[in-house]
Design a protein around this ligand. Structure first.
Ligand code: SAH
Length: 255
C-alpha cells in the first residue's frame, strides 16, 4: 500500500495527525527533498528506508515503490504542503494505477495557508474580495494563455503566486499591466512556518523587487498580492456572520 501524504509547509507540527501516523508506521519513505523540512523525518521508524526524490527520476521512484509492494511493505510518498498543489502527483498516481498498486492520499497544510497565518491575514475580506487565486507565472513550465498573470490579475482578487519569486520583476510588470497600482500592497513569505528560517517582506508593487533582491530570496517563497493586505486601514466590511442584525441557522437576529 502506498500513502501519498502532505507534509505541511515546513513546521513539523503542521503535519496532520493522520499524516504523522502513516509516516511513523511506514517501512519506506520517499520525500521531496528539495522542499521538505527534513526535521519531519524524525517521525519515521528507525529502520525505515528513506529516499530523497529530488535525486530520483519518476521511474526510480516507481521502482522503489514496486519493490516495497512486492515485499509487502508500506510506503509513504511525502510531498510538501498539500500534494494537490504543484505536487506533480498525477503522473505518479496514474503510474501506480497502471501497475495495479493501491494508494490513498492524506491532505496537508499548503504553504499559501501557512503564509496567511504568518502574515496574520484573512484572504477573503467582505467588501474587498471573496476570491483567492492560486497560480504561478509561466516560466520553464508554461501556463495556458487563458490564465496568464496579466489576465488573472484583472479580477483584483487576492492572489497567491507560487514558484515565481525568481521572476519577481516579471511578476511586477504583469501585475501592473493588469491594472494593479504601484501602491498595491504585496508580501513575500519565504519558508512560511519553518522554525527559525521564515522571512516576511511587506511592501508595495513599486518596491518589492528591490526588497526581494536585498533579502536574496530566489526560492521557497510565495508572493501574495491584493487589497486584503490593506485591511488595517479599515477598507473592509465586518462579516455578517457575527453581526447582531444577521440571523442564521445557529442564531436568531437581534433587533
Ligand atoms: N504542494 C506545495 C507547493 C509545491 S510547489 C504546497 O501546497 O505548498 C513549491 C513552491 O511552493 C515553492 O516554489 C514556493 O512558491 C511554495 N512553497 C512551498 N513551501 C513554502 C513555504 N514554506 N513558504 C513559502 N512558499 C512555499
Amino acid at each position: 500500500m502506498v500513502h501519498i501524504v502532505g507534509a505541511g509547509p515546513g513546521d513539523p507540527e503542521l503535519i496532520t495527525l493522520k499524516g504523522h501516523r502513516l509516516l511513523s508506521e511506514a517501512d519506506v519513505v520517499i520525500y521531496a527533498g528539495s522542499l521538505i523540512n527534513e526535521q519531519i523525518l524524525k517521525f519515521c521508524k528507525h529502520e525505515a528506508e528513506i529516499y530523497n526524490s529530488a535525486q530520483m527520476m519518476l521511474e526510480e521512484v516507481l521502482h522503489v515503490i514496486t519493490l516495497a509492494e512486492r515485499a509487502g511493505k508500506t510506503t509513504v510518498r511525502l510531498h510538501t504542503g498539500d500534494p494537490s498543489i504543484y505536487g506533480a502527483i498525477q503522473e505518479q498516481m496514474d503510474a501506480l494505477e497502471a501497475r495495479g498498486i493501491e494508494f490513498d492520499i492524506t491532505p496537508g497544510v499548503s504553504s499559501f495557508l501557512a503564509a496567511a497565518a504568518s502574515l496574520k491575514q484573512e484572504y477573503t475580506l467582505p467588501g474587498v474580495t471573496q476570491t483567492v487565486i492560486i497560480t504561478r507565472r509561466g516560466g520553464r513550465t508554461p501556463v495556458p494563455d487563458t490564465e496568464t498573470l496579466k489576465k488573472l490579475a484583472q479580477h483584483q482578487t487576492t492572489m497567491c503566486i507560487f514558484l515565481s519569486v525568481n521572476l519577481i520583476a516579471e511578476v511586477k510588470r504583469d501585475l501592473m499591466s493588469a491594472g494593479f497600482k504601484s501602491s498595491t500592497p504585496i508580501a513575500v513569505v519565504y519558508k512560511a512556518s519553518w522554525p527559525g528560517e521564515e522571512k516576511i517582506l511587506r511592501g508595495r508593487l513599486d518596491n518589492i523587487v528591490e526588497q526581494v533582491r536585498e533579502a536574496n530570496i530566489d526560492r521557497t517563497a510565495l508572493i501574495i498580492i491584493g487589497h486584503c493586505l490593506d485591511a488595517k486601514t479599515g477598507n473592509y466590511q465586518p462579516s455578517k456572520l457575527y453581526s447582531p442584525k444577521f440571523g442564521h441557522m445557529f442564531r436568531q437576529a437581534r433587533s
